[in-house]
Design a protein around this ligand. Sequence first.
Ligand code: NI
Length: 257
Amino acid sequence: MLIDTHCHYNHERLENEIEACLLRAEADDVKQCIVVGFNRDSSEAAVKLAERYPKQVYAAVGVHPHDSKHWNTDTEEWFRQISLHPAVVAIGEIGLDFHYDFSPRPDQYAAFRSQMRLAKEVSLPVILHCREAYPETLAILAEPEFAEVRGVMHCWAGSVEEAKQTTALGYWLGIGGTLTFKNAEAVRASAVAVPLTSLLVETDAPYLAPMPHRGKRNEPAYTRLVAERLAELRALPYSEIAHITTKNARTCFPKLR
Ligand code: NI
């Protein structure tokens, strides 16, 4: 079986199709998923979905760098409370996005650091969003204050050198549909350069559909296409990739049952 460690059934492009998507995922060996929040409403929606589909769906709660300007002590307290919910397996997605800069960078840093502190306080792993900010993100992960925090750098898009730094800090790489893109040599190079025990698979659905669905709406069933491509690259049978990445997901996210 596979676990899609990052998807957005809480997104308007998927929320009305969830039952059909869950059936297709099941048929393609994708038995569980983590629905990741990106602000307060989507985090609450993720938890509700996890309550409705307790065998298949788990939740992550957090404020995305795009929404960092709305982070304050009230939202922090709300996230502290909801993070204690049994179905919440991670704080995320959180991090830095210097590609879009939808929130000012000081706000991005403040919300990221606060949520890293929260993760540490409630003993949950983090799901990190990082775009054009690998050196800055890695510097924060390496701060002594966050030495006990672990998690995943979702939708891996860094260099091989950054991949090695990330796994040396005890973090996983979330490998998604970009692995199958024609021009994604750096992603493929990272996926073979680090230990297999440091890799998770994901879709980021509805975004970033793998080949041959590139440009269309993604869905968690396509985690299978990512895992098959990874199996090819690592010269291992699909079953072995499924077994190891699922075990990795349970190590990264201890509240997954
Ligand atoms: Ni995402």
